[in-house]
Write a protein that binds this ligand. Structure first.
Ligand code: PA5
Length: 446
């Protein structure tokens, strides 16, 4: 039988029963129905539900654009923040050689920018770009977000000085709204090729649109297999009203029941550094979708076994208000065995001949049992290996489960009103025109 993505809820027992999970999952079918009929909160933002089919006509152009940029440059700077960058980074990091530019078959290098306002980061990046032929993919749905806008101004200026305006324009791709925003205007004025982020797809649900797919194709990965994985999961979940076999409903139900038991922190953990950014993407998806109106589960993450030597102590014995969701990858893509040492001076010969994946898997099982003994409920998703198909499945599964979970919590999982608060203060402090009154008020508080 073909191996599959699977969900194991065994280690939630003792906190919530399987009967309770199934009961809430069955009740939550109505949330699936609300998503499918567009009758729930935020129904203007449901374009992601059918992206696995809807994106098909654009795949050729995405691949063609990626091919062009790869032929004229060895590096692309992908500029974006939040949902405009985390999805592509998650997939690229999961599939790339761990030391990307040192890898045997050197891939087209992808560098991310615009996800911070750190002067050192951008100045250091310009040092790197000085010596490279590079392209830019700038992504912003609103076309006005400050962090990517600043990075784009600086890097575009660098590229235009280096390559000339016309050659730079040939190497800049803008992914933005069809009509509105400063980035749309700039793209039209300067003749950049563009891709559209549809109105009905919010940033954090956009990884299967050109937002995620163009950078992933540029990095050399198979976007058709990724989309196919998402389609596989769509078929398994979106119209599956039999909750017992619907992992999105079961996961959404389990985590909400755990919240009711006082477990208001979910730690997503991995046992491979390649999944670090998948957990970052997941945190953004769930944090922005659920954390509002004083509600939500705080999404956190840990990279294991690394963090067993830091956060592990807290997880084992700190406040008992957390649960863990493990992403388990059963097979690595490489093979490495622990060699025998004649003198066994490091006393590791009991591991000689074993693959690292076996040691890692036993670390995972040992951690599951230890944390479970420490009263931490554990949900485990297993995938056979890290490839485009399974990543596509995980992406669709987590998106759908997030939307259902938001509806269980009775919040709109597609807005993010709270993100504006820091921006208003920052604009006032920086004397942005239009913020004069806010500036007067805020200065008295500093
Ligand atoms: O998920 C979201 O909607 C946000 O995280 C956005 O992606 C993020 O704020 C970037 O916005 P924009 O693409 O408009 O620059």
């Amino acid at each position: 039988m073909k191996e599959k993505l699977s969900l194991n809820l065994k280690h939630t027992a003792g906190f919530v029963s399987m009967e309770e999970i199934l009961a809430l999952a069955h009740q939550s079918v109505r949330h699936l129905d609300a998503l499918n009929s567009g009758s729930g909160a935020g129904s203007d933002f449901l374009g992601w539900l059918s992206l696995p089919d809807d994106i098909a006509p654009q795949l050729d152009r995405i691949e063609k654009t990626a091919k062009h940029l790869r032929s004229v440059s060895g590096t692309t700077v992908v500029i974006g923040i939040g949902g405009s960058y985390l999805g592509s980074r998650a997939v690229i990091e999961a599939l790339s050689h761990s030391f990307r530019q040192q890898g045997k078959d050197k891939q087209h290098d992808i560098i991310f920018a615009g996800q911070n306002i750190c002067e050192d980061y951008l100045a250091d990046l310009l040092d790197v770009l000085d010596g490279r032929e590079y392209s830019i993919v700038v992504i912003s749905k609103s076309g006005t977000t400050t962090e990517p806008a600043i990075a784009f101004r600086i890097i575009r200026d660098h590229l235009e000085k280096k390559a000339g305006k016309a050659r730079a324009a040939d190497r800049i791709i803008a992914i933005t709204d069809e009509k509105k925003g400063a980035l749309r205007t700039m793209a039209e004025t300067n003749g950049y090729e563009t891709f559209v982020i549809p109105d009905n797809i919010g940033g954090r649900y956009s990884v299967l649109s050109p937002v995620g797919l163009l950078p992933i194709a540029l990095a050399g990965f198979n976007i058709r297999a990724l989309v196919n994985g998402a389609k596989t999961m769509e078929l398994l979940t979106r119209n599956n009203r039999n909750a017992d076999t619907n992992p999105a409903l079961l996961y959404a139900a389990a985590r909400n029941l755990l919240l009711k038991e006082g477990k208001n922190i979910e730690i997503m953990v991995n046992f491979t550094p390649k999944l670090h950014y998948m957990t970052e993407w997941w945190k953004q998806l769930y944090g922005e979708s659920e954390g509002k109106e004083g509600k939500g589960i705080y999404p956190s993450s840990a990279d294991l076994t690394t963090d067993l030597h830091s956060l592990g102590q807290y997880i084992q014995e700190g406040q008992r208000n957390l649960f863990e969701t493990i992403i388990s990858v059963r097979n690595p893509s490489r093979k490495l065995e622990i060699p025998t040492a004649k003198d066994d001076s490091d006393q590791l010969n009991y591991l000689a001949g074993k693959r690292l994946s076996e040691v890692n898997y036993n670390a995972e099982l040992g951690t599951t049992l230890a944390h479970s003994d420490g009263k931490v409920p554990i949900i485990t998703f297993s995938i056979p290996e890290l490839n485009e198909q399974y990543l596509g499945e995980m992406i669709y599964l987590f998106e759908l489960a997030c939307a259902v979970s938001g509806y269980i919590l009775d919040v709109n999982p597609f807005d993010q009103p709270g993100v504006e608060a820091y921006k208003t203060n920052m604009f006032a402090l920086l004397n942005k025109p239009g913020y004069e009154e806010a500036a007067k008020k805020i200065r008295t508080r500093i």
